[in-house]
Design a protein around this ligand. Structure first.
Ligand code: NAP
Length: 359
């Protein structure tokens, strides 16, 4: 695979910092440009991040002295140095949508962590193991934007990654209804225990917009490509409650599911064990060998112990048992800033690269 030059827009943020770590040694992607808001522009990466660096390991040496550019004002200079950009910014929806479209229209493909374009019908929202076929809408998106190379591809919300991949291989049994309660880490809000002290000894029963995303985004992921657009699926019905809990990283989901044709426990375990997708078939650098990992112990998965399974890119699951109201219940876990954010976006970019979308 040829090496691609990449830029990170929002490089100073929580997800942006994760990108910097993941890309520091990436075999296909070489970070050439860092960009953020006007507040950071002109500073070195080290100065711009300041005490916001969220990890125990140091900032990779090669980024320390790199000048941070202004994502809006310096777009042309950024475009001249990169093959595509990753984008994770804390702007409102309209501003994010405009920023991403401006890049795509300037022939700079955008692999996005933001939610602004998740429901644009010709923008694919991808979990690479689940719906890689949705990339087929990119040519019609390019036709709408009037571009040859430029396009936007997005990943879904982090909460979904702890239950949608687990439900996906069970769809052959006809999933009728799902109830899910997510227990979400503070890094999902771009926070650490230092910047969110109110979470200590506490659970906060509200994350703005999260329940709607958790119920609605799976329908697009399970949708069909028709006439150059993605038409969302009409079911299964999903009802969600999302809580913020005092965990640094790792979103947990307690899931209840009812089927048309109730499978046996062995059938569910076997569907999980044998499930793999295009990232595994293509041996993409960030693809975990075993995407869905079942844990037999009654007290697993645990965020602290299991979030790094498969380098933070696997989804762990445990406590599968029959339920007297629904058919089954189980507990899923995924790393929200790896599989759920930067890692998921890097895997999506690897899929796009392997399929020639950046050529
Ligand atoms: P964050 O820590 O608040 O970082 C925000 C980043 O956006 C910073 O780099 C900031 O730069 C930059 N920014 C702000 N205004 C900008 C502008 N006008 N132009 C360019 N850059 C600008 O936020 P985050 O947690 O990383 O989240 C970023 C995005 O990823 C959000 O859309 C979020 O919903 C999404 N996301 C987050 C997670 C997660 O687990 N945290 C998961 C999935 C998706 P300055 O430092 O210069 O202000």
């Amino acid at each position: 695979m040829k090496k691609f030059n990449v830029g990170v827009i929002g490089a100073t943020g929580m997800v942006g910092q994760r990108f910097m770590l993941l890309l520091a040694e990436h075999p296909w992607f070489d970070v050439k440009v860092l960009a953020a808001s006007a507040r950071s522009a002109g500073k070195t990466y080290e100065e711009a991040v300041g005490n916001k660096w969220a990890f125990d390991c140091p900032i990779p040496e090669r980024y320390l002295g790199m000048k941070v550019l202004d994502a809006e004002k310096d777009m042309e200079a950024i475009g001249s140095q990169v093959d595509f950009v990753f984008c994770a910014v804390s702007l409102d929806k309209a501003a994010t949508r405009a920023l991403e479209e401006k890049y795509a229209k300037a022939e700079i493909p955008v692999v996005s962590n933001n939610s602004a374009h998740r429901f644009t019908a010709d923008v694919p929202m991808i979990i690479p193991e689940v719906n890689p076929e949705h990339l087929e809408v990119i040519p019609s998106q390019r036709a709408r934007l009037g571009t040859k190379r430029g396009f936007i591809a997005v990943k879904s919300n982090c909460s979904l990654q702890s239950y949608v991949p687990l439900l996906h291989p069970l769809r052959s049994f006809g999933i009728k209804e799902v109830a899910v309660c997510t227990y979400q880490a503070i890094s999902g809000a771009g926070k650490t225990f230092t910047t969110m002290p109110e979470i200590l000894d506490n659970v906060i029963p509200y994350i703005g917009g999260e329940e709607e995303k958790s119920e609605k985004e799976p329908m697009k992921i399970w949708g069909k490509v028709e006439g150059g657009e993605i038409v969302s699926a009409s079911g299964p019905a999903i009802t969600a409650q999302c809580l913020r809990v005092p965990v640094s990283d790792g979103h947990t989901a307690a899931v209840f599911v009812r089927f048309d044709k109730k499978p046996s426990k062995e059938e569910i375990l076997s569907a999980w064990a044998s499930f793999s997708g295009e990232p595994q078939a293509l041996k993409l650098p960030s693809a975990p060998e075993q995407f869905l990992q079942y844990m037999e112990e009654d007290n697993r998965p645990q965020a602290k112990l299991d979030r790094m399974a498969g380098g933070g890119m696997s989804v762990t699951v445990g406590r599968l048992r029959e339920d007297h109201v629904y058919d089954y219940k189980f507990v899923g876990l995924s790393h929200n800033t790896l599989r759920g954010a930067a890692g998921g976006a890097v895997l999506l970019a690897e899929l796009l690269a392997a399929k020639g979308y950046f050529d």
